[in-house]
Design a protein around this ligand. Structure first.
Ligand SMILES: [Zn+2]
Length: 408
């Protein structure tokens, strides 16, 4: 049994028209008018495929295909929202391939023992509202619904998740998490270069890296760049540069299993002839090894403290995100790997470098992911692309793995 490639590709293209940006890009920010339009289309397609559609209080969409038995559904899905100037595959692939799996089962008249659920999670990208992976976070019971509904937009404090859900008509009745899942599969583009460079068809995702996000501000004193001797300076910019070099060095050591990124830095007053009074920067720290992540965070904080103290500066620190690495259940990972092998596809076991809804769902039910190659590893960019053959392969692996777990 194989999916209908033509139908899937056409549907991906159809959704890519909603919020089309540039030649092949898509911009469909969560809870925007474009998101509403995409949701409306998905809802129509779910109903046409015979699914019973539930909208929960956070706008998560869950379409259920009946099984032979009244068991928890085998779920699959991802998200229809994108970043600013994003692409047509990040998220949409997992949702639309899931729909294609259901349409294929309909075509073949196959009824599985477990029901099958197709899920579109709200606000995976977290572009206007924090946190990211919002819908799955709440679905898995990891955050309070009321707090999340009150979350304000970064760019407009008048707007909340709750008000935007109402505005687009997706403030549903179902309690998030009230439909239990037997397990959850998410097909996604890799968003990195590994599969393409190594010529591998399918990434079998064993785990998701742990992530720490922290914001630091080093505070010194503004002073004249010509008249203030070095010994009298409290140069926040110099200290920040030392910290950045130290942090970057940690992931450049041989066999380092840690990824460090200082992705944003601002000086105040940010002028050529003034010693910076303040340097604010972010730290993105990731590892597949949870203990190493904690230990490295400690080493970095000690180093920052010692630099700040030695130079008579002060420090402000804001902890933004702390996600431990998530290990996916072996039986789920094996189901993906064996499905790919049965289809004659090459596979590689790998961690996910980015966060995904599946990592939140792993706290709710057994979960895992299927990766397909991203051309040049590009994503979160209008140039994001995956080849038709890879889309087809990924959807066929999803079909097999879902049918295996749902006992088709
Ligand atoms: Zn995504």
């Amino acid at each position: 049994m194989k999916i209908n490639t033509q139908r899937l590709l056409e549907n991906i293209d159809r959704f890519a028209q909603i919020g089309k940006k540039g030649r092949i890009g898509v911009e469909r920010i969560a809870l925007s008018e474009e998101d509403m339009e995409a949701r409306d289309l998905l809802k129509r397609q779910m109903l046409e495929a015979g699914l019973v559609v539930h909208i929960d209080q956070l706008g998560n969409m869950i379409g259920i295909r009946k099984g032979k038995k009244d068991l928890p559904p085998v779920a699959m899905g991802s998200h229809l929202d994108t970043v600013y100037a994003g692409g047509p595959f990040d998220g949409a692939l997992g949702v639309l391939a899931g729909l294609e799996v259901i349409q294929t089962l309909n075509d073949q008249n196959i009824q599985t023992e477990h029901p099958i659920a197709l899920v579109n999670f709200t606000n995976e990208e977290g572009v206007r509202f924090a946190p990211d992976m919002m819908g799955s976070h709440v679905y898995a019971g990891l955050a309070e619904l009321d707090e999340i509904l009150a979350a304000k937009a970064y760019d407009n404090p008048e707007e909340t998740i709750g008000s935007r859900l109402k505005a687009i008509g997706y403030d549903g009745d179902a309690k998030p998490g009230s439909i239990p899942f037997h397990c959850f599969f998410e097909l996604h583009i890799e968003q990195g270069p590994v599969l393409e460079v190594e010529g591998i068809d399918i990434g079998v995702v064993e785990m998701v890296q742990g992530i720490h996000w922290t914001k630091y501000s080093v505070i010194g004193e503004a002073n004249h760049a010509g008249t203030t001797p070095i010994a009298y300076r409290k140069d926040a910019g110099y200290a920040a540069a030392q910290i950045q070099a130290f942090v970057g060095g940690l992931s450049r050591e041989a066999n380092s299993r840690i990824l460090t990124t200082v992705g944003s830095i601002q000086f105040e007053p940010n002028t050529i002839n003034i010693v910076p009074a303040k340097a604010s920067f972010t730290l993105d720290l990731r590892s597949v090894d949870g203990e190493l992540l904690l230990k490295t965070q400690e080493i970095i904080d000690q180093k920052i403290n010692s630099i700040v103290q030695q130079q008579g500066l002060t420090l402000e620190k804001e902890v933004m995100v702390r996600f431990k690495p998530v290990q996916f259940e072996a039986a789920m990972v094996n189901a993906v790997e064996s499905s790919a092998e049965q289809l004659g596809l090459s596979t590689k076991r790998m961690p996910s470098g980015a966060g995904h809804d599946a990592q939140m769902m792993a706290a709710f039910c057994p979960a895992t992911m299927v990766f397909i190659p991203s051309v040049k590893g590009i994503s979160h960019n209008v140039e994001e692309y995956s080849h038709d053959q890879d889309v087809e392969n990924g959807a066929n692996v999803l079909l097999r793995a879902v049918v295996k777990r749902a006992k088709g």
